[in-house]
Design a protein around this ligand. Structure first.
Ligand code: NDP
Length: 598
C-alpha cells in the first residue's frame, strides 16, 4: 500500500521486504573475519607522508601520557593544560598531529559534517574555517595550529609506536613501552585510540599476487598518481585504475579518479546514500556575529537534530539536518511512540528521495538501479557529494556491481568478479578500517597483577562511563565504547576531554596516588549500559551488515563494546552530575602514603 509523507510517496511494505532481501544477500557467516587485519609493521602501513627519523631513546617520568595525537588527544591535552596540568606527553605513531587527518590525505578528502560544528576549539583558537565543509588539508593544518596554540609539539613523541602499557604497583605508575626503547613512566594514562586507525583489506585470495601498484586509501601514494588531496592526479592519464569499495571514502575519491585516469573500475558491494552537499565559502560577516558559547550550542543543536529530538531552530541547516528539523524536530506534544513513527516515516521519505536522486544524476538506468541504497539511512555512514553519482556518466568510468557478494579474488593482473577479470595498473583499496581495535583496544594494556585488558574484556567491555576500568588504575579512555557515539565525533571527544581533565586535576589536587573504579561501580555502569543498549541492538539487527553493526552479527559482546544508548546528551549529563556531586564516586582512592578510602 502506498503512503505519503511530506509529499513523497512510498510503499512501506515493499521497501521493508526489499531492505531485508538486500541485507540477506550481503550477510556473511564469516563476519569480521572476512577481512585481513593489517599488522602495524606490515608494508601496507608504511607512512607515505613523513620519512622515519632516528632519535635517541628518552627516559621520562610524567604526570600524564596521552596515547594519540588526533582530536581526542589534542582536546584532552588542551583541557589538561587549561586545568594547570602541564606535565604531559602525547605519543603517536604518526609523523605529526591530526590523527585520522594525518593519515587520510587521499584525493577529495574532506569532512561532511560542517566545519563550524566539526573542527574543535574554534572559539579558543579564533580560527575561521574557509568553507562550510572543510577539506582534509585544511583540517590537517588546523590540527597543527591547535598543537602549536596549546604548546603540544614540545610535549609530544611523534613517529613512536606504543607497544604496551604496564601498571607497576611497586611505583604506582604506568610503564609505557615503545618501539624506540624509551623508558617512560606516567602517573596517569589517557587513551585516545581514534576510530578509524587500522586499515583493513578484504581477506580474499590473491591480494599478495597482484603485480601492479596497490595501496589503501589511508596511505595514498602521490608519487605514483601525481596530484595532491585536491586532485589533479596527472600521472594517471595512461593508467587503468580499480577501486574496491563505495563507502564514505570512495565517494570522495572516485570523482578525482574519473577526471584523471584513462579508465576506472569501481567495485561495489553495497551502495552508499549520497545526498546533496552544496559546499560554499564561509561568510566572514556572519562568522563574526557569532556570540561566545556558539560552538557548543551548535554541536548540541546538530546532535539533537541528527537524533530527531525536539529543537526550535536548525543552526546547521544542511542535508544532515534540514528534513529532520522540518518534519520531526518541530513536532510537539507527541508520545515517544508517535515520535518514533514520525522519525520512521521521515526516513522512508528521505531514502526514497535519495534513490530518486540516483535516477536524476545517472543517465544509464541499469547503472542507476544498482546504485540505489536499500536500508535505513543511518545503517551506514550517510554520504554527501555533488559529483560522485554523475561521475558514472563518464565513458571512462565503469561500475562493477557484485550484487552484495564482494569481489571474488585478486589476480596477478587485477580483480576477478564472477568469471570476469578486470586488469588494472593501480588497485586502490577503499575498504575501510578494522573496528576491533577501537572496540577492544589499540595497544596491549596490562593492569594489576599483569591482567590484560583483552582478558578482562573477553565477554565484552566493562567500564564506568566508558572511561574507567577496574584492575586498571589511573587509566582514562576516550572512545565510543560504553560512551557516546556521535555523528560529529569531536562533540563526544570535547565532552570526554573536559571530564577527564577535571578528574585528573582533582586527583592531583586531592593528593591521590592511585584511583581505581570499584568492581561494583563498574558492574552498575555495565548493567545500565545494557539496559539502554536494547533499542540499539534492535536497530542494528535490521541494518545491512557493515563495520557499524559487527557485520550484522548481533552479539552480547558487540552490545557491550558498543556505544551508550543515551547518546552525547545522556553521557554529558552523567558526567556533569558526577562532577557536581564532587566525591569522585565509584573510584577507590589511595592517597600518597595513606590507607585506602572510598
Ligand atoms: P567503509 O567501511 O565505510 O567502506 C568500505 C567499503 O569497502 C564498503 O563499500 C565495503 O562494502 C567495501 N568492501 C569491503 N570489502 C569488500 C569486498 N570484498 N568487495 C567489495 N567491496 C568491499 O570505509 P570508508 O573508508 O569508506 O569509511 C570509514 C569511515 O570513515 C566512515 O564510516 C566514516 O565515518 C568515516 N569517513 C568520514 C568522512 C567524512 O566526511 N566525515 C569521509 C570518509 C570517511 P560494504 O558496504 O558492503 O561493506
Amino acid at each position: 500500500m502506498t503512503e505519503s509523507f511530506r509529499g513523497v510517496e512510498f510503499d512501506r511494505e515493499a521497501i521493508v521486504a526489499k531492505n531485508a532481501q538486500e541485507r540477506e544477500k550481503r550477510f556473511r557467516a564469516d563476519g569480521n573475519t572476512q577481512y585481513v587485519h593489517l599488522d602495524e609493521h606490515s608494508e601496507w602501513m608504511t607512512d607515505p607522508h613523513t620519512p622515519r627519523a632516528d632519535r635517541e631513546a628518552v627516559t621520562r617520568d610524567v604526570d600524564v601520557v596521552i596515547l594519540g595525537a588526533g582530536f581526542g588527544a589534542m582536546l584532552s591535552a588542551a583541557r589538561l593544560r587549561e586545568a594547570g596540568v602541564g606535565d604531559i606527553l602525547l605519543i603517536d605513531k604518526g609523523g605529526d598531529f591530526g590523527g585520522t587527518w594525518y593519515w587520510n590525505r587521499y584525493p577529495g578528502v574532506a569532512c561532511d559534517v560542517e566545519s563550524y560544528t566539526y573542527l574543535p576549539l574554534l572559539e579558543e583558537t579564533g580560527y575561521m574555517p574557509s568553507e562550510k565543509y572543510a577539506h582534509g588539508d585544511e583540517i590537517y593544518a588546523y590540527s597543527r595550529l591547535i598543537a602549536r596554540r596549546f604548546g603540544l609539539y614540545q610535549r609530544a613523541l611523534l613517529q613512536t609506536l606504543v607497544e604496551a602499557f604496564r601498571w607497576d604497583d611497586a611505583i604506582s605508575r604506568w610503564r609505557v613501552e615503545t618501539d624506540r626503547e624509551d623508558a617512560i613512566t606516567a602517573k596517569f594514562i589517557v587513551v585516545c585510540p581514534g576510530h578509524y586507525r587500522s586499515p583493513k583489506l578484504p581477506g580474499i585470495p590473491g591480494v599478495d599476487d597482484y603485480a601492479g601498484r596497490a595501496f589503501h586509501t589511508s596511505r595514498w601514494d602521490y608519487a605514483y598518481t601525481g596530484g595532491d588531496s585536491n586532485g589533479n592526479l596527472d600521472k594517471l592519464a595512461d593508467k587503468v585504475v580499480g577501486i574496491i569499495g563505495t563507502g564514505a571514502t570512495a565517494v570522495q575519491v572516485v570523482p578525482h579518479l574519473g577526471k584523471a585516469a584513462k579508465e576506472v573500475f569501481v567495485f561495489q558491494r553495497t551502495p552508499s546514500t549520497v545526498d546533496v552537499r552544496n559546499d560554499h565559502p564561509t561568510d566572514e560577516v556572519w562568522f563574526n556575529t557569532l556570540e561566545p558559547g556558539w560552538q557548543k550550542r551548535r554541536m548540541e543543536n546538530f546532535n539533537r537534530i541528527a537524533w530527531g529530538q525536539p529543537q526550535d531552530e536548525d543552526l546547521v541547516n544542511d542535508s544532515w539536518t534540514r528534513t529532520n528539523f522540518e518534519h520531526v524536530c518541530r513536532a510537539r506534544g507527541l508520545s515517544a511512540e508517535e515520535m518514533a513513527e514520525l522519525r520512521s516515516r521521515n526516513d522512508f521519505a528521505v531514502m526514497e528521495q535519495i534513490r530518486r536522486r540516483v535516477d536524476e544524476e545517472i543517465h544509464d538506468p541499469a547503472v542507476a538501479d544498482t546504485m540505489k541504497p536499500w536500508y535505513e539511512r543511518v545503517c551506514k555512514r550517510p554520504c554527501f557529494h555533488d559529483e560522485f553519482l554523475s561521475t558514472f556518466n563518464r565513458p571512462n568510468v565503469h561500475l562493477v556491481d557484485t550484487d552484495g557478494r564482494g569481489v571474488d579474488r585478486i589476480t596477478e593482473k587485477g580483480v576477478l568478479v564472477g568469471d570476469t577479470e578486470y586488469p588494472v595498473d593501480l588497485l586502490v583499496y577503499a575498504t575501510g578500517f578494522d573496528p576491533t581495535p577501537y572496540l577492544g583496544f589499540p595497544v596491549p594494556v596490562y593492569g594489576r597483577d599483569g591482567l590484560s585488558l583483552g582478558t578482562h574484556w573477553k565477554e565484552g567491555a566493562r567500564t564506568m562511563h566508558g572511561i574507567h576500568v577496574h584492575h586498571f588504575p589511573n587509566m582514562f579512555i576516550a572512545s565510543t565504547t560504553q560512551s557516546a557515539w556521535a555523528s560529529n565525533f569531536p562533540h563526544m571527544l570535547t565532552e570526554q576531554a573536559e571530564h577527564i581533565a577535571y578528574t585528573v586535576k582533582e586527583l592531583i589536587d586531592r593528593n591521590v596516588n592511585v584511583a581505581e573504579v570499584t568492581e561494583q561501580a563498574e558492574a552498575e555502569w555495565v548493567a545500565h549500559h545494557e539496559e539502554l543498549a536494547a533499542f540499539l541492538v534492535e536497530f542494528w539487527g535490521q541494518c545491512t551488515p557493515s563495520h557499524l553493526n559487527n557485520e550484522g552479527h548481533i552479539t552480547v559482546k558487540m552490545m557491550r563494546d558498543g556505544s551508550y544508548g543515551g547518546g552525547v546528551d545522556g553521557i554529558t549529563e552523567v558526567f556533569r552530575n558526577w562532577r557536581e556531586e564532587g566525591s569522585l564516586s565509584g573510584l577507590q582512592l589511595q592517597k600518597a602514603a595513606e590507607s585506602i578510602s572510598t
